[in-house]
Design a binder for this molecule. Structure first.
Ligand SMILES: O=C(O)CCC(=O)C(=O)O
Ligand SMILES: [Fe+2]
Length: 320
């Protein structure tokens, strides 16, 4: 039995995950361990020498595209993405053969807007190009999204911009990711929607609504307060958003999302770059990280974390 197997979800947890589309909070680290880990990650993140994507001086509201995939150059983040508690839980949902295809930092500093309500299935939402293709699906059809594990690297509160979720909404898309959204940096921190300051990192997610007159049923939403070191696991097709950071002090919240699919999924099909959030990055140094099981499909460029001693980083990425 591997360590991850010890953390498989119980039948009860799986039932509730299937019904609600999310599970959590689950504790991955005790708070003091999380605080230490975050301190070390922050120190290491300053050095982008081996980061998969170049630094840009984008100023306030820097597009999160350049924050992607630091698990490829920061070992502590790779270890986090492979944490047995996370891999055990995600493996119970998606099966053993698992890739972490993306990680993202989600900061909210005092004064920052919340994140728009949204669902992501193919992740074409910002780039206009599907980033995930499940077996048997065409690029245009409804796939199954990805499993996101969003870990609170700092305490996540109503005041500093915690996540909000609408349980049970993961089986019906209210957004059409083949529609276009236009990027405008001027939009950041400038819109109030249904009384809440929200945006989507320079986009307005409402532009993707299938029914332009529809509004999310916020009466069914709840705010997910988490202590640092806790995570929530959810389908990317679940309706999710976050509150603005209304704190007046220096209380920021930092979420770190790791995203998983089975090895059978094609990631970034027929693409060698991503263009979104006002940036354009080459996928030359990207690799999907195998976090458990085996890749018997060979669809993706894979970095193997399951082999002891295998170097992590873009240099280790190989085409099978
Ligand atoms: O942290 C946030 O505000 C948004 C996170 C999110 O949308 C995601 O992890 O998919
Ligand atoms: Fe999201």
């Amino acid at each position: 039995m591997t360590t991850a197997d010890e953390f498989a979800l119980s039948d009860e947890q799986l039932d509730s995950f299937r019904r609600d589309g999310f599970l959590g909070p689950l504790t991955i680290y005790p708070p003091d361990e999380m605080a230490e880990l975050w301190k070390s990650v922050q120190r290491q993140a300053l050095d982008r020498t081996h980061a998969a994507y170049p630094e840009v001086d984008a100023g306030m509201g820097a597009p999160n595209i350049f924050n992607y995939d630091r698990h490829l150059d920061i070992d502590l983040l790779a270890e986090h993405a492979c944490h047995p508690k996370i891999v055990g839980a995600v493996g119970s949902i998606l099966g053993r053969d698992l890739l972490c295809w993306r990680s993202e930092f989600f900061p909210k500093y005092p004064g920052d807007e919340g994140t728009d309500w949204h669902q992501s299935d193919t992740f074409a939402n910002a780039s206009g190009k599907p980033q995930l293709l499940w077996p048997g699906e065409s690029e245009e059809s409804f796939g199954a999204g990805t499993i996101t594990v969003w870990t609170a690297f700092t305490d996540s509160t109503r005041e500093n911009g915690c996540l909000q979720l609408i349980p049970g909404t993961h089986n019906k898309m209210n957004y059409d990711e083949t529609k276009n959204m236009d990027y405008d940096q001027e939009r950041i921190n400038a819109s109030v929607k249904d009384g809440v300051k929200r945006g989507f990192f320079g986009y307005d997610y409402r532009q993707l609504q299938i029914d332009p007159d529809w509004t999310p049923d916020e009466d069914d939403a709840f705010s997910l307060v988490m202590e640092k070191g806790q995570c929530v696991i959810f389908w990317s097709t679940l309706m999710h958003a976050s509150l603005p950071n209304t704190s007046t002090g220096r209380d920021y919240r930092m979420g770190f999302a790791t995203r998983y699919v089975p090895t059978a999924v094609r990631v970034y099909p027929d693409t060698d770059h991503i263009e979104e959030y006002g940036g354009n990055i080459s996928l030359d140094r990207w690799g999907a990280m195998l976090v458990s099981g085996r890749d018997e499909h060979g669809h993706n460029k894979v970095v193997d974390r399951t082999l002891r001693g295998t170097p992590v980083g873009p240099a280790a990425a190989r085409r099978p």
